[in-house]
Design a protein. Structure first.
Length: 156
């Protein structure tokens, strides 16, 4: 773990009219961490244990999606709004290519199927773990993520 100090309130960035709270740390290739849509989720709540480890090698960007945390709450929530917000945020940050992770509750069978469809993917299953792998198994999760994102075939 690095010496990165992460605050729950980050930088406010306009993402196509949605004031978006964005946590940023580190330098290097950009990695965007996107939280899910459960009660009480925020970029800080979901990624506070992951950002410091990734920030040692990557430029980490973790936004509060619309309706959550310190970002605007415009209503009309769903994938269309959140996808538009995320694309506008990437444009505002002048990012053309990023690594990302979408936190969703996905049954293991679906994860296995997606793994067969996504080239160069890796599937890791953590036993005795609920939905919050990045919190419940923080050290192991972060090691896997740093190794995966640092592979030569993931660069450029």
């Amino acid at each position: 773990m690095t010496d990165v100090v992460l605050a729950e309130v980050g930088e406010s960035i306009d993402a196509d009219g949605i004031r978006t709270n964005v946590l940023r740390a580190g330098e290097g290739a950009p990695v965007v961490l996107v939280h899910g849509s459960g009660p009480g989720v925020t970029a800080y709540a979901n990624w506070r244990l992951t950002v410091p480890d990734l920030a040692a090698r990557f430029r980490v960007i973790a936004p509060d999606m619309a309706g959550f945390g310190r970002s605007d709450k415009p209503g009309g929530y769903g994938m269309k709004l959140w996808t538009g917000q995320l694309l506008a945020l990437l444009d505002a940050l002048d990012l053309e290519k990023v690594h990302g992770r979408d936190d969703q509750v996905i049954p293991l069978a679906n994860s296995a199927r997606l793994h067969t469809l996504i080239e160069r993917s890796e599937l890791h299953v953590f036993g005795r773990c609920g939905h919050w792998t990045q919190i419940e198994w923080a050290a192991e999760f972060n090691q896997l993520l740093v190794r995966f994102l640092g592979r030569p075939d993931r660069q450029g």
